[in-house]
Design a protein around this ligand. Structure first.
Ligand SMILES: Cc1cc2nc3c(=O)[nH]c(=O)nc-3n(C[C@H](O)[C@H](O)[C@H](O)COP(=O)(O)OP(=O)(O)OC[C@H]3O[C@@H](n4cnc5c(N)ncnc54)[C@H](O)[C@@H]3O)c2cc1C
Length: 487
């Protein structure tokens, strides 16, 4: 491990305590969730960091996502961000429903907030089940700005290089941005795959498309049912409607309402992997079979959604990537660029943010001298965990789409998560395992990751193999491999 750097002074900005400077210059490509937290965490760990983003300005596109406690395990280090997080959180209860709107079981808390379960990784902060995607991006951006991190919009990176002991990000207009490390946080289809893997990672269609949108409750127009629910002033609700070959997720809160329906692909080819491929209300209603049998509240919500702004996202998956970094270790991928997820994994954003925390600490412990080693260790500590969560997404999708409406309760109980997901502290994990991982790399000493379900034996799998298993009804059984419990 790099020798301790003795601080010459104590640096505190916006009440965030910074580690002494490491001399590492880092450029983050992509001001999405992973990129912005990577920037904040790199700053906190003493690295010199800036961010480049393709969009011309901050984008408020997007609806809802779930960010678990492990991703927020660093939140307490940023007191101003804690306040903003509390203001924008949607502390929803989950409600599994039949498609016609009947509750299938009592509303329940997200797993990490239930009585009697283990302490989660962000304790004592109350971690909410749902967030607006733009809200999370905004609070992370605000934090970067308060720390004085430069975020430059309108820079689209077309290519990456690892040369002469540096990483280089090359923009569309040929400008070269050079640093000790380039963090490619540019999301799915990252341009860094060319350098790291020799070409793009092939997206494989899952056979489904999700149609999704969000709106503020202030924008509701003709909506007696929704207004009735909101007038009760109850806790926000995340409704999960399960039915044959489709599921619907609806969020109802005083501030934000969201809708998403996953349906089998059809041939029109409108849907893409893009937040800007959109359809209108009539087109969406025409795609939903038996719409007249659907919960009237859902139909009302669809009719209120901002017209022409319903995203049609083709659900693709990519096989687990064997490598996340270039040969020299000067370009590394984090978040979706390293591992993308389908929404039913419910943990894509969480894994992306965990990456950011892990990487910044690996860089601190490796220092400039052992940068390449630190990058290897980061991947070694993260790969099995992120890959297992990818597999869970497929399992959930298969479970939610079975025609077992009488046994929704059983399906919900099957949704695997467990303490291993939300009890994990990625920064602590690096501190505890960096040396052991280094010995493994340098001497072949045994090393096993413990950020998996206790007792879990990692398995190699491919997307194609899982799709075949699903056809024969033999999806993998998490309970048979490790402890997915909550205590
Ligand atoms: C605008 C937007 C809206 C989203 N809305 C939702 C949502 O509602 N629900 C949900 O579950 N997930 C949403 N996601 C995806 C979700 O944020 C990610 O799956 C997850 O949080 C992992 O984050 P990430 O930072 O790895 O990727 P992303 O959040 O996708 O961030 C990648 C960033 O890199 C930038 N970028 C891409 N290419 C380049 C390039 N060549 N040069 C420079 N910058 C580049 C992108 O503009 C983006 O800001 C959205 C993503 C985006 C970009």
């Amino acid at each position: 491990m790099a020798a301790n750097i003795i601080p010459k002074e104590t640096i505190i900005v916006d009440n965030v305590l910074r580690y002494p400077p490491t001399g590492l210059k880092v450029i983050v490509v992509g001001a999405g969730l992973a990129g912005l937290l990577a920037a904040a965490e790199c700053w906190r760990k003493g690295h010199d960091v800036e961010v480049l983003e393709k969009s011309p300005t901050f984008s408020s596109i997007g609806d809802i996502l779930s960010v678990g406690p492990s991703a927020w395990s660093t939140l307490h280090n940023y007191p101003s961000m804690v306040k903003e997080y509390v203001e924008v959180g949607i502390d929803a209860l989950m409600t599994p429903c039949h498609l016609d709107g009947r509750y299938a079981m009592e509303k329940f808390e997200f797993e990490c907030n239930r009585e009697g379960v283990a302490e989660h990784a962000a304790y004592p902060i109350r971690i909410v089940g749902m967030n607006g995607r733009a809200d999370v991006a905004n609070i992370l951006l605000n934090q970067c700005r308060r720390l004085g991190i430069s975020v430059t919009y309108g820079v689209s990176i077309a290519d990456y290089a690892d040369e002469d002991g540096s990483g280089v990000a090359i923009s569309d207009d040929g400008k070269r941005y050079q640093a000790d490390l380039i963090i490619a946080a540019d999301g799915i289809g990252s341009k860094s795959c060319k350098l790291i893997l020799g070409g793009p990672v092939r997206p494989v269609s899952t056979g489904y498309t999700v149609y999704r949108a969000a709106m503020t409750s202030a924008d509701l127009h003709d909506s007696p049912l929704l207004k009735q629910v909101l007038a009760k002033g109850e806790r926000p609700e995340g409704r999960l409607y399960l039915g044959k070959n489709r599921h619907i997720v609806v969020t109802i809160s005083q501030r934000l309402l969201s809708f998403g329906i996953t349906l089998p692909d059809e041939t029109s080819g409108i849907a893409q992997e893009s937040w800007s491929s959109t359809i209108n209300t009539e087109e969406l209603l025409a795609k939903i079979p038996d719409v007249e049998q659907l919960d009237p509240l859902v139909v009302e919500l669809i009719k209120n959604l901002p017209n022409n702004r319903i995203v049609a996202w083709k659900l693709c998956m990519r096989n687990p990537q064997s490598k996340w970094s270039s040969e020299g270790g000067h370009v590394v991928q984090v978040g979706d660029s390293a591992h993308s997820y389908i929404p039913t994994s419910a943990n894509g954003a969480t894994m992306a943010l965990e990456d950011a925390i892990s990487l910044a600490e690996c860089l601190r412990l490796g220092g400039k001298k052992d940068l390449a080693l630190a990058i290897k260790i980061h991947q070694m500590l993260r790969h099995q965990r992120t890959t297992l969560i990818q597999r869970v997404g497929l399992l959930n999708r298969a479970a939610w789409h079975q025609d077992r409406t009488d046994t929704i309760m059983d399906i919900v109980k099957l949704m695997p998560l467990g303490k291993w997901v939300w009890g994990h502290n990625p920064e602590r994990y690096v501190v505890d395992n960096f040396r052991k991982a280094r010995e493994h790399i340098e001497t072949g000493a045994p090393f096993e990751n413990t950020n998996l379900p206790p007792g879990h034996k990692p398995e190699t799998w491919t997307l194609e193999g899982e799709v075949e298993r699903e056809k024969t009804g033999h999806v993998f059984d998490p309970a048979a491999n490790g402890d997915w419990g909550v205590c």
